[in-house]
Structure formats: structure tokens, C-alpha cells
Design a protein around this ligand. Structure first.
Ligand code: CP
Length: 304
């Protein structure tokens, strides 16, 4: 399977076979997390983050270093020529001659796709607007696979901000490749967009929507929790209505299956209390580690 030179724009661009190839390569990468490798020696990744990030930016950077490559870029766009008014397209037309791939996080939907139209090197969407975070979805699927040895047959609860969160949308589309039951857990104000639900129904997914975790906790094999995305609410008073709606604690998991695992793309800001961290269910920090393996796989696949 050849991924060389391919842009990574949307999880929907990837078939199940392609995802499984990425997951196999990600597992093969685990040995290099410790030993390092020269797979990407002399390759350069440009890392352009127009929005804050810890995991995505650091794990792409770490993945490059662990594979023997180099990274240039910024995490403060005001220190780039954007501050002088340069468009992203003009920046890309310059940076693509300095780097072998470009990873971009941006607030504006569609702008990463626009950048890809002008780039001579592969572009990776590291999260854009409220719609897509494809590499997060890949690492979420990989985490499920690693922890459960399968994705097919599972009942997966996705809880939190399903309206503004981009990870949950990409994950839902990624899960559409598998034989799963989805339970979407959110208050009315944060329900998933109808068009996405229609897409999932057309893909034959069984979907149930409930407002509270208690209604479904005992059914779940996976509980995927997300934070309420305060920064994306157009009206701050709407945020006040849902702030603190979910706080998952050890007590909330009392009637969970023994082997339920709890995932979260992180950062968390109170929606999973720290008393869950020491339970047998918590996997969210390990999930971040799996992200490193998946990003090593993607970088080696598109740049090798
Ligand atoms: N999960 C995720 O995208 O985290 P960061 O915003 O820290 O990159």
C-alpha cells in the first residue's frame, strides 16, 4: 500500500484496509520509540500551529526526532509573517521548498484543504475548525484496537461536546468502517450535527442518543469522553448552560462492565475527575502514547 506523498486531510479519505495498514505500521514503530531509527534521516517536517496544542504538536515533533528527522515551524503564528498579513497559501508556497511535509492546525474550517491545493509536499491536518482531526481519530481507533484486540462488535459511548468537538466527529466517521454500536451521550445543546448522523445511518451504524451516562453506562465497552469546547461557542451564555454538565468520577463508573475502558483525546478540564485515573478503566494517558506510534507511522508512510 503506497502512501508516499499523500495528504492527510480527513478520516473519510481512508478505507478500512488503509487504516489497518497504518495500524500495523504503528505497531511496528513501537520498537523505535525506545531505540530511535534513521527512517526519516535528512527529512524535515514543517509544523505550523495557529491554535494551541500540546499532544498533537509534541507527538509529531517527537515522532520526527525518533525517526531521525528534523522539525521547523512555529506555535505562535504572531511570530511568523502572518503578523505582517501574509496569507497561509503564500506561506505554504514558500515553506514547501523548505520541508518534506507540513503539519497544520488552524481555527478555520477548509483552510488546511486549501493549503493542500497549493503545496508540493504532503499536508497533514492536525485539527481544523470544528470539523476534523483525522490523526486523532486514527490514534483513537488504534488505542481501541490495542486495548481490546478488536473494534468490531463493541458498543462505544461518545460523551461530551458532540457539536463543537472535532475529535468526536472524526472518530464517529472512523468507526463507520467497523461493526460497532454507537451511543451518543450529550445534552440537547451539544448533540451531534444531523447531517453527520445521517451519514452514519447511511453507513449502517446503529446509533442511540441519550442525555445522561447513567442511561447507558452498563452497555458500554468503550467510553470516549471529550471536554466542552468553550472557545468554540459563538455565544458565551450558551456555554454557561452546559458548563460542568458531565463530571465522570469513579462513582459514575460503578455499574460499568469490568473491562470498560475510558478514553479522552485530552486535554481534560474537569470532565473526568482524577479519582478515575487510578481505576482499571482509565486509558487516556496511554492513548496519548499510542498517538506517538500512529504519528511515527504516518510520517514514515508519507515521507519515505
Ligand atoms: N488531543 C489533542 O488534539 O490535544 P492537543 O490539543 O493538546 O494537541
Amino acid at each position: 500500500m503506497d502512501f508516499s506523498g499523500r495528504h492527510i486531510m480527513s478520516i473519510q479519505d481512508f478505507s478500512r484496509d488503509e487504516l489497518e495498514h497504518i495500524f500495523k505500521v504503528a505497531s511496528d514503530m513501537e520498537k523505535y520509540v525506545k531505540t530511535g531509527s534513521d527512517t526519516l534521516k535528512n527529512k524535515i517536517l514543517a509544523s505550523l500551529f495557529f491554535e494551541p496544542s500540546t499532544r498533537t504538536r509534541f507527538s509529531f515533533t517527537s515522532a520526527m526526532y525518533r525517526l531521525g528527522g528534523n522539525v521547523l515551524g512555529f506555535d505562535d503564528p504572531e511570530m511568523s509573517s502572518k503578523a505582517k498579513g501574509e496569507t497561509l497559501v503564500d506561506s505554504i508556497r514558500v515553506i514547501d521548498s523548505y520541508a518534506d511535509a507540513i503539519v497544520i492546525r488552524h481555527t478555520i474550517e477548509g483552510i488546511v484543504e486549501l493549503a493542500a491545493e497549493y503545496s508540493n509536499v504532503p499536508i497533514i491536518n492536525a485539527g481544523s475548525g470544528t470539523l476534523g482531526h483525522p490523526t486523532q481519530a486514527m490514534l483513537d481507533l488504534f488505542s481501541i484496537l490495542r486495548e481490546k484486540n478488536t473494534i468490531d462488535g463493541l458498543t462505544i459511548g461518545i460523551l461530551g461536546d458532540l457539536k463543537y468537538g472535532r475529535s468526536v466527529k472524526s472518530l464517529a466517521y472512523g468507526l463507520a468502517n467497523y461493526d460497532v454500536k454507537l451511543v451518543l451521550i450529550a445534552p440537547e445543546l451539544l448533540r451531534m450535527r444531523r447531517d453527520i448522523l445521517e451519514d452514519l445511518s447511511e453507513a449502517g451504524k446503529s446509533i442511540r442518543e441519550v442525555p445522561y451516562l447513567e442511561e447507558t453506562i452498563s452497555d458500554l465497552d468503550i467510553l470516549y469522553v471529550t471536554r466542552i469546547q468553550e472557545e468554540r461557542f459563538p455565544d458565551p451564555s450558551e456555554y454557561e448552560k452546559v458548563k460542568g454538565y458531565f463530571i465522570i468520577s469513579k462513582k459514575s463508573l460503578k455499574s460499568a462492565k469490568d473491562d470498560l475502558i475510558v478514553l479522552h483525546p485530552l486535554p481534560r478540564v474537569g470532565e473526568i475527575s482524577t479519582d478515575v485515573d487510578s481505576t482499571k478503566h482509565a486509558r487516556y494517558f496511554k492513548q496519548s502514547y499510542y498517538g506517538l506510534m500512529v504519528r511515527m507511522a504516518l510520517l514514515s508512510l508519507i515521507m519515505s
